[in-house]
Design a protein around this ligand. Structure first.
Ligand code: FAD
Length: 531
């Protein structure tokens, strides 16, 4: 008898979506059921909320993504009416703090800005879409360069990578030229100031259609496409456990948050891509507890600032007429304040950090109208460095079976500390940020180090490794050590110290995992056909 494999994917962000797409493309008889704890926000599943033009609709979509901090929407999302106390600060729009301070809140005093998004598309419905390639020691040393390049190119295809976004912007050209004057001589060839690769599709009118999980899912959400018939996305469906028989995963237990009913869904393969905190939490809750689970947490310390661009210096590279033309074109799309995006990428040995420079006509905060730069004809850049954190066992999320969180999972405690090694690189990068700001104009917000957790780039908590030696959770193909039929995905797999935005790398790792899973499931199907 032939066997049609069923794959359960937990989480609908870019990584779960990459698995769904590649598994369905690779396995002509397979079916994928994707479970997402949050609601579907847009008619097209997983679309970036940045593409929503109407400001009220956009604000509503963001609030719906905020789980325990979703205000009046909370009950409709199946979230118990816990007392939510706002913390010292709130999370970025569309995300919710894990340590939100109310009943069932996680404990993260040393990592207070830790946040997630709970909605179809995950954080990928809210992200900035920057997708630089990992380089030098950011890469994983047990994947050969040829294969890695192919994985990255495949990942860029899935994410609709655009390496020259806004390349025709005269303001962007001016910013790059001034940064090159300042830094080019001290950087390796090919790693100087350049346009930042982003995920999205430029539109004929010069705007961007930002890519979310919808871009990655592609044909799976095109009505009438044959792949769409074998794909099912269930929103407001919380996976409570990965079930096992012996050392093999057999499926997932899922709670329908609309009806509160719980059911077991059998699967030949379970893919957990539920972010770098909630994936290890789900494994822990399922009794799958490798020594490294939740440990080796890293992120990017972030130093940010805002600079008013200097007209005289910019005028050396762009004319007033070009500026007028650009402002006129942009006025037609006021909904999206981001225009030119530039960067200085990570390189070794002397620039092991990553600078991101976003041009905007306004500051992201209200400025005192009396300030001489409160209105600035050439506009502003929001500019920041991402630095690396070196992995250590003691930086970790741990789980407490005796204290449940607001969803009834073993509660999380995050412990994290920056050491002298990180502080040295933070200081060096902050000096460069000052130089960059002085090259471009005048600071209207001085460089400042953001609270731990602010990067939203959480890595390492389910790291992949070459050997099952206690320092990794998954093998080089993202399969959890010691559990057949269980694959994990997301930034949590990244074992190295990085400074680049991590999603491209995580999709590349997922491409490798999905290819291996296709091989394994094809072999199993063939064996069951001949049996
Ligand atoms: P997520 O996108 O986090 O999706 C995980 C999903 O799993 C969530 O929807 C969650 O609800 C769901 N889930 C969790 N637990 C369960 C469960 N038990 N059952 C069912 N579902 C569950 N990255 C970059 O590379 N470049 C950027 O420029 C960038 N900018 C960002 C800006 C913002 C404002 C934010 C919020 C993020 C940004 N990121 C950026 C990070 C990027 O969005 C993430 O790297 C990416 O979304 C990770 O994808 P994922 O699929 O692993 O997880």
């Amino acid at each position: 008898m032939s066997h049609h494999p069923t794959i359960a994917v937990v989480g609908s962000g870019p990584i779960g979506s990459a698995y769904a797409r590649l598994l369905l493309e690779g396995l002509p008889d397979a079916r994928v059921i994707m479970f997402e704890a949050g609601p579907q926000l847009t008619a097209r599943p997983g679309e970036s909320v940045r593409n929503i033009a109407d400001p009220d609709e956009k604000a509503r979509a963001r609030e719906l993504s905020q789980g325990p901090q979703a205000g009046d929407h909370r009950e409709s999302l199946g979230i118990p009416a816990a007392t939510v106390v706002e913390g010292m600060f709130t999370a970025r729009q569309g995300t919710h703090l894990f340590d939100f301070g109310g009943d069932g809140s996680a404990h993260a005093p040393t990592f207070p800005a830790a946040a997630g998004a709970t909605n179809v598309g995950g954080q990928g419905a809210h992200w900035t879409c920057a997708i630089p390639r990992p380089a030098f020691s950011e890469k994983v040393d047990f994947i050969a360069d040829d294969e890695w390049d192919d994985l990255i190119r495949t990942a860029e295809g899935l994410l609709h990578a655009q390496s020259a976004a806004f390349a025709d912007s005269a303001v962007g050209r001016g910013i790059r030229s001034l940064l090159s004057e300042e830094f080019e001589a001290e950087l390796p060839d090919g790693y100087g100031p350049s346009t930042l690769p982003v995920a999205g599709d430029p539109q004929p009118d010069g705007t961007m259609r930002w890519a979310g999980a919808d871009a990655v899912l592609g044909p799976l959400i095109e009505p009438g496409d044959p792949l769409a018939d074998r794909f099912e996305l269930r929103d407001l469906s919380l996976v409570r456990r990965v079930e096992r028989e012996g050392d093999r995963a057999t499926g997932v237990t899922v709670e329908d948050l609309r009806t509160r009913e719980t059911a077991f869904v059998p699967a030949d393969l379970v893919v957990v891509a539920a972010d770098a905190f909630r994936s290890p939490q789900l494994l822990w809750a399922s009794g799958i507890r490798p020594t490294a689970l939740g440990h080796y947490l890293t992120e990017h310390p972030v130093v940010i600032s805002t600079v008013a661009l200097d007209g005289e210096r910019m005028a050396r590279y762009a004319t007033e007429d070009e500026l007028d033309a650009e402002l006129a074109r942009r006025a037609t799309n006021a909904a999206d304040p981001v225009a030119a995006v530039n960067r200085i990428p990570f390189s070794e040995p002397d620039h092991p950090y990553s600078l991101q420079v976003m041009y905007s006509e306004t500051t992201p905060f209200p400025m005192d109208p009396e300030h001489p730069l409160a209105t600035n004809r050439w506009g502003y850049v929001n500019m920041g460095y991402g630095m690396r954190k070196f992995p250590r066992y003691e930086d970790a999320v741990t789980f407490d079976d005796a204290e449940l969180d607001y969803r009834g999972f073993p509660n999380m405690t995050i412990e994290y500390e920056l050491t002298d090694r990180e502080h040295a690189e933070i200081d060096a990068a902050t000096d460069r940020l000052r130089r960059a700001g002085e090259a471009l104009g005048t600071f209207v917000a001085e460089p400042r180090l953001m609270p731990n957790g602010s990067s939203l780039h959480y890595q390492g908590t389910m790291r992949m490794g070459a050997a099952d030696d206690g320092t990794s959770v998954a093998d080089p193909w993202s399969r959890v050590w010691g559990v057949d039929g269980l694959v994990v995905g997301g930034n949590a797999l990244i074992p190295t110290a990085t400074a680049m935005n991590p999603t491209l790398m995580s999709v590349a790792i997922a491409v490798r995992g999905a290819r291996k899973a296709v091989e394994g499931l094809s072999a199993r199907t063939a064996a069951s056909v001949t049996a």
